[in-house]
Design a protein around this ligand. Structure first.
Ligand SMILES: [Zn+2]
Length: 414
């Protein structure tokens, strides 16, 4: 709640990455990290990291954390709960006088939310070695390059490869669910199976813009009808695939633009963008193939052209490490909490971390599943349950490292 108070005053709760308010929040966090006995630093990618040394100096690192930036007029829990819970793990270890063999690091990743540079997960991309030169050249509206902005945050973008890590034994992230399932099923905690891959497809139809009053129905070439039929197909097909046992699947037609978009003109053009999220890449491929075939068929049936089909972006699903999932679930249930295996439909830093280290996530319920808004809320008890589960998992990991034969199922986020 104290960190939440550090917000742009006219738009609670706003702490945009790269802003002076973001730096204020991080300064507050640094003080808490230091008070908990951690050495505080900023890596080349601009990630703020607190480190509690392990008893065995040769041992690898257990990293726990999330992000402290927010969307505009966002909430006090998305990301922040994960950083604070990680801090609390270190506090609890210190209070109990318990030193782990492993070093424990608390991380506040730089700019997880979509930033003014049109890029999200900047810090975790850097740590995973996925922040490429062309991305570093991105500019914000004021003309500043991402390189300069990372340096302004205390990073060292010229040496960005130094942010890349190969010493992480496990990465754990607590996050609010941002969906309604845990609350609806009265489950204490979600154990995340995978972070869904996200694909966006742009579809364009071309018909003919004719007079809405004088053109008989049977002579029309209405691109809007193609858009409408496509929207109906997307929802129906996604509903069918969501009912299978192949994991989380959703699809949304979030953008529909008709032109000329006038009441008395038959739409001559329609542009749609469909957002598709899948836990199983094979299901996504099948959906894309049927969407491709169906939109061609729709165009033919309505005497219009399908003038465009373009995959705008695609990330593959990132699977959480099976051993860490098991350990998180056992730890939670051992503490008396109920758990549910579930996929994440939203993206997280853990997706990038899963490409370099065994990674897993625990979800805590949030009120009505709402997030990215001031009403976002999770109870202290729910976050405490998640934090206690992280602590228990970290202690167990300290003595039972992730077995080498249980190789992480690495995602291919980029
Ligand atoms: Zn988040």
């Amino acid at each position: 709640m104290a960190l939440g108070e550090l917000t742009e005053p006219d738009a609670p709760y706003t702490r945009r990455s790269f802003s002076p308010m973001f730096l204020k929040g991080r300064e507050w966090l640094s003080q808490r990290f230091a008070e908990a006995g951690m050495a505080v630093r900023i890596d080349a990618g601009g990630n703020r990291i607190g480190r509690l040394a392990g008893a065995d100096p040769a041992s690898s690192t257990i990293m726990i954390g999330s992000h402290s930036d927010s969307v505009p007029s966002g909430g006090r829990f998305d990301g922040i709960a994960g950083v604070i819970a990680a801090l609390e793990v270190v506090r609890a270890l210190r209070n109990a006088g318990r030193a782990l063999n492993h070093a424990v690091e608390v991380v506040d990743f730089l700019a997880e939310e979509p930033s003014e540079f049109g890029l999200s997960c900047i810090g975790s991309r850097a740590m995973a070695g996925c922040l490429l030169d062309d991305m570093l050249a991105y500019r914000n509206a004021g003309g500043e390059t991402l390189v300069a902005a990372i340096d302004r945050m205390g990073g060292d973008a010229a040496n960005i490869t130094q942010a890349r890590r190969d010493d992480i034994a496990a990465f754990l992230e607590l996050h609010i669910e941002q969906g309604p399932i845990l609350e609806a099923t009265r489950t204490d905690l979600g154990i995340v199976s995978a972070i869904a891959g996200v694909t966006r497809v742009e579809i364009r139809f071309e018909g003919r813009a004719d007079h809405a009053g004088t053109t008989p129905m049977h002579l029309r070439r209405d691109a809007g009808l193609g858009a409408a039929a496509t929207m109906a197909f997307v929802a129906a097909e996604a509903g069918r695939l969501a009912g299978t046992d192949r994991g989380h699947f959703v699809a949304t037609t979030g953008i529909v633009t008709l032109s000329p978009n006038a009441a008395n003109v038959i739409p001559g053009e329609a542009r749609l963008v469909v957002d598709i999220r899948a836990e199983d890449d094979g299901v996504l491929d099948a959906f894309l193939a049927s969407l491709d075939a169906q939109t061609s068929a729709i165009a033919q049936a309505t005497r219009i052209e399908r003038a465009g089909w373009k995959i705008l972006s695609r990330t593959r699903p990132a699977h959480c490490d099976p051993y860490l999932r098991k350990l998180l679930g056992q730890s939670a249930r051992g503490l008396g909490y109920s758990t549910l295996d579930m996929a994440s439909g939203a993206g997280h830093d853990a997706a990038f971390m899963s490409t370099i280290a065994p990674s897993a996530m625990v979800f805590v319920p949030c009120r009505e599943g709402r997030s990215h808004m001031p009403e976002e809320w999770a109870t202290p008890e729910a976050i405490a349950a998640g934090a206690a589960t992280l602590l228990e998992t970290a202690m167990r990991l300290d003595t039972e490292a992730v077995p080498a034969d249980e190789t992480p199922m690495q995602g291919a986020w980029q």
